[in-house]
Design a protein around this ligand. Structure first.
Ligand code: FES
Length: 132
């Protein structure tokens, strides 16, 4: 069957159900595992009543952003990587260092949190996929 859409075969970007907002809002950050593997895991932050999703591994050298401190600088929320203290804007993923961290859209629907991503995301690790 011919597919008119190249992207679909790579993995289409769709809304991925993460879980109930009432539960996910209890922690400042949750690690969401990606079915694509470690490098594609995503952080789900809950800060000041809002959810944000961002690649979990720092664009600098792969530090764990879920373990970073979050600061509010005049209304701009930033996470600081625990490894070398680079800042990343939770909303845009931009860093004052010039690096860019990938961020994802988050929506709330019927009390559930959804993140727009190319791969399924899960709070539990995926069963270990075959190593190449
Ligand atoms: S790995 Fe995050 S700042 Fe270096």
């Amino acid at each position: 069957m011919a597919s008119g859409n190249e992207e679909e075969s790579v993995g289409s970007v769709s809304w991925r159900l993460i879980g109930p907002a009432s539960e996910l809002s209890k922690k400042q950050c949750r690690l969401m595992h990606s079915s694509l593997g470690y490098g594609s895991d995503v952080c789900l932050f809950y800060v000041k009543g809002e959810f944000f999703a961002m690649d979990a591994r720092c664009a600098h050298s792969g530090g764990p952003l879920c373990d970073g401190d979050i600061e509010d600088a005049d209304g701009i929320l930033q996470v600081f990587c625990p490894w070398h203290d680079y800042d990343f804007n939770l909303r845009t993923g931009q860093s004052g260092t010039g690096l860019q961290q990938q961020v994802y859209k988050v929506k709330l629907e019927d009390g559930s949190v959804f993140v727009k991503h190319t791969s399924p995301l899960s709070l539990q690790p995926f069963p270990s996929s075959k190593k190449s």
